[in-house]
Design a protein around this ligand. Structure first.
Ligand SMILES: [Zn+2]
Length: 413
């Protein structure tokens, strides 16, 4: 029911616009270039005939697919983000279309010998015979989350063109800056006016998630003392060695590369040092609220302990909560998960319910009064050059949106 080429063209038109977000910027959107896609999306939604199309001063794009039933149906929403991760460049994305994938290595870049191989990325084998969209090996793809945007726009288009499919008011929102943890910060939940929503921001086909990490960041500044190295005995304090002690005192195996499922971690994302000063950035993640609080305390206690070993304070630590596990907010209204599950089953997609090892716009939104489970958008290997998305998964995700709209109206008829 959804045209493949149309999906590919729409997706390509989004990923070729650079929308990398920037955690160092204080403004929203964090980068001016995100406006390019935000404005394009607002125009596109208007052209498709959606109502109440708006774009606010922070580049949040909202619109309504108006109800076509006489009875009252709860307003539901679909959300995705148009920024891409600053972890890897999103400039000059040059998507490659691999038709009828044969299950073998995909040469992303011959010159640089960059290969997307099922030997390493086994998930590829599920998509034998399908059409994959990959990078050219030099950028990320931006399927996270322009696949989600493609699906929402395509579902909106489909619903506008098929009035025989009955549904209530459907709200749409596209946000900036999700990748830097601020996708929901300026989200006007009241204006959005939905009882619940779904982020289309998951990975492989079938994913349905309503549990995510509790998340915090820790900025640590270590102070040293610089003295001429030839005359430093008893005087120099090398901040990099203190930083090293700090790092080594945290549990070495509670890191992303050693954890899975519901195991939490400390993750050192950045370190920059000189003798006089070293700055470290950590993220702290845990599904369990108590464990999460305990992790924060471990870091604070460690800083205090190291400070206690010096004459004056050498470590400054600032921990900031970023988002919380949405489970608490979704559990009281589990029918919103059930509807998504039923929608998937009705189009032969097997629901795969599991905790997210990350966050989404939805986790913050859930705490702002908009319960918001997350649904697959279809992509794999986010935030890097091996990112890819099967077009068939995008089509299924589009169909899931249409079905959810339909089922919600039926349920309340
Ligand atoms: Zn995303």
């Amino acid at each position: 029911m959804i045209d493949k080429k149309h999906i590919i063209d729409r997706f390509t038109s989004y990923v070729t616009i650079d929308t990398e977000s920037d955690p160092k910027s204080e403004s929203t959107p964090s980068t001016e270039k995100q406006w390019d896609l935000a404005n394009k999306l607002a125009e596109e939604l208007k052209e498709l005939g959606l109502k109440d199309v708006s774009i606010d001063k922070h580049a949040y794009v909202m619109a309504t697919i108006p109800s076509n039933v006489p009875h009252k149906v709860p307003t539901i929403g679909f959300v995705s983000h148009f920024d891409t991760s600053p972890d890897y460049t999103g400039k000059n994305v040059n998507p490659q279309i691999v038709e009828n994938y044969d299950g073998k290595d995909i040469i992303l870049n011959k010159e640089k010998n960059i290969v997307l191989s099922p030997d390493y990325f086994e998930d590829l084998l599920q998509y034998k015979g399908q059409t994959l969209i990959t990078t050219d090996g030099t950028t990320l793809l931006g399927a996270d989350d322009k696949a989600g945007i493609t699906e929402i726009v395509s579902a909106a288009e489909y619903l506008m063109q098929h009035p025989e499919i009955k549904h209530g008011d459907i709200r749409i929102c596209f946000t900036p800056d999700e990748e830097i943890g601020r996708g929901a910060h300026k989200f006007d939940v009241k204006k959005f006016g939905a009882e619940w929503a779904y982020t289309m921001d998951g990975s492989q086909i079938g994913e349905l998630e309503y549990e995510n990490f509790n998340a915090a960041s820790a900025d640590i500044k270590v102070h040293g003392k610089i003295v001429h190295p030839g005359y430093a005995k008893g005087k120099m304090v090398n901040s990099m060695y203190i930083a090293q002690d700090f790092i080594n005192s945290l549990p070495r195996f509670e890191t992303p590369e050693h954890t899975e499922d519901r195991q939490g971690f400390f993750h050192l994302t950045q370190i920059e040092g000189k003798v006089e000063e070293t700055n470290m950035h950590y993220i702290i993640r845990d599904h369990d609220k108590e464990h999460f609080e305990a992790r924060k305390k471990v870091m604070l206690d460690l800083a205090a302990e190291i400070n206690g070993q010096h004459e004056k304070e050498v470590i400054e630590i600032e921990i900031k909560d970023q988002y919380f596990n949405m489970r608490e907010k979704v559990e009281p209204m589990m029918h919103i998960v059930a509807i998504a599950e039923e929608a998937m089953k009705s189009i032969n997609v097997k629901p795969n319910i599991k905790p997210i090892r990350g966050g989404t716009d939805g986790s913050q939104l859930s705490y702002m009064g908009l319960p918001c489970p997350n649904i697959f958008a279809g992509g794999h290997n986010f935030h890097g050059r091996y990112e890819y998305v099967p077009v068939e998964s995008m089509i299924k995700a589009t169909e899931v949106i249409v079905k959810i709209a339909e089922l919600t109206a039926k349920k309340y008829a």
